[in-house]
Write a protein that binds this ligand. Sequence first.
Ligand SMILES: *Cc1c(COP(=O)(O)O)cnc(C)c1O
Length: 342
Amino acid sequence: MERSSFTLDLGAIRRNTETLLRAAGGAELWAVVKANGYGHGAADVARAALGGGATALCVATVNEALELRAVPALDDARILVMGPANEREVGDARAARLELVAASGPIPEGVRVHLKVDTGMGRWGLSELPSPTRSAVGVMSHLAAAESDPNFTNLQIDRFREATAGLDHTLARHVANSAGTLRYPGASFDAVRCGIALYGISAFGSDPTLDGLEPALRWESYVALAKRLETGDSTGYGRRYTADEPAWIGVVPVGYADGFRRDMTGTSVLVDGARRRVVGTVSMDAIAVELDGEVAVGTPVTLVGDGISVEEHARVADTIGYEIVTGLDTSSARAKRVIQDA
Ligand SMILES: *Cc1c(COP(=O)(O)O)cnc(C)c1O
């Protein structure tokens, strides 16, 4: 029994890539694998997405890009760094054949750049597009509310279309994230940059299968101890759960250090296939689940998978799926990583 085991399904990543390519209606799909591939493992996700038809990778930092570039299978991949780069990093990017985003200040030379115009995100981005330099290969923007605000999203798409209308057609125009790709056909332009949907997680906090997407990650553990609480006994720090009648709880050896956040108390997991509530305070290395009787030590627990969704955990924690998965500790000594291709 592994205390914390993450299984990444490369087949799901590939199929999600194909689904997004269809939604993008002829535009290229660039796979966003920043933050260790949203916690799923950047290099593995990158290879699967490229296998499914993605034509470039996007990350947030030059170091993330350099790590991918060092993977033999990604030696030739197009890699776009979307966040800012300092002077030393511009040199590294040039040497590693990365592409950068120019969103303020002078446009770097000798390295391929994408000019970023701010159409309403109010974060990175130039207020006016400068005339493209020789190093420019793309023009881009970023949507602020494609998951929630059609009026503003359409306004951003219109602004982008106008700002880029007269430009040389060799410049790749790209603006859409996952929500934009799935809901705004007019946002696809020449390429879309999809992250969350690639992993089979909903950008809308709803059921990803409604958009034809398959969750790619499973998270499993086991019951390490089944314990009977007598009336008045409590479990965990702060005594936040007290039995008001005799009750069984299972102690599962994962906690907030593994990414099972403290604000996920009250969410559900599967114990041997049955839905059970997480009760009491989440510890660093353990959680407690309500049982309806004693179970054997070693009984499997599914924390994500088989209908236990990242979206559901996010709702309980009052956050978004993005924050749940980027917080999972999938790649340290605490976890076992399994790669499957189903
Ligand atoms: C993270 C990011 C994306 C991907 O967004 P998703 O909602 O995960 O698809 C696209 N573009 C930029 C600039 C980003 O920072």
